[in-house]
Design a protein around this ligand. Sequence first.
Ligand SMILES: Cc1cc2nc3c(=O)[nH]c(=O)nc-3n(C[C@H](O)[C@H](O)[C@H](O)COP(=O)(O)O)c2cc1C
Length: 189
Amino acid sequence: MDMIEDSDGVIFSVPCFQGHLPGILKNFTDHMAFMLHRPRYFTKKALVITTTGGVSARSTTKAMAAVLSGWGFNKCYQLPIMALSWNDYRPSAKDLKRTHDIAGKFYADISSGKLHVPGAGVLIPFNLFQAMTAAETDYPTEDNSFWPKYAGMRYAPGIPLTPGKKLLGWLIYQAGRRLLKSTTVTYRK
Ligand SMILES: Cc1cc2nc3c(=O)[nH]c(=O)nc-3n(C[C@H](O)[C@H](O)[C@H](O)COP(=O)(O)O)c2cc1C
């Protein structure tokens, strides 16, 4: 986490095992799953490179990119590669070109310092968790200590939002407040 914090961009190398993330990486993302409730890394950008023997490179890359969006990453570039190999992958001219192109985009984006408008998908947890932790509860969790610093914000400070996305965030927040009236989340063991 400290290394990610100190980085402008992070490259994740993800071989596809049985159509999914490899177990050791899944274990890592499971361990970090609390960040789906308490995202950070809002100014960071990522590149996910997946190799696969033959199938599921795209879905594996997408799965990792979805996790990183959940952790707050501002933008996630994706490079799925069909290696047609186990243990002896030699990049084709086409793969080298795709790699060169996306590496160039990734680098240019990071050095520009530009921050992107987040997708609608990340506005849901940001506003829902914020609303769900806004009231006193008999069952406080780390989420209750985390969200007050974002009170009144529809997404993290410094990240641009269009008026439509602001409205969407507000609507999600209101839905969360309503849900709070009828639902108690305990996490009690
Ligand atoms: C346990 C295991 C499961 C794998 N599962 C798949 C799979 O579901 N689909 C596939 O196309 N390739 C699969 N592969 C092949 C890997 O994706 C491939 O080895 C990896 O992308 C790296 O390429 P390389 O071995 O040439 O370095 C699997 C490999 C291993 C070791």
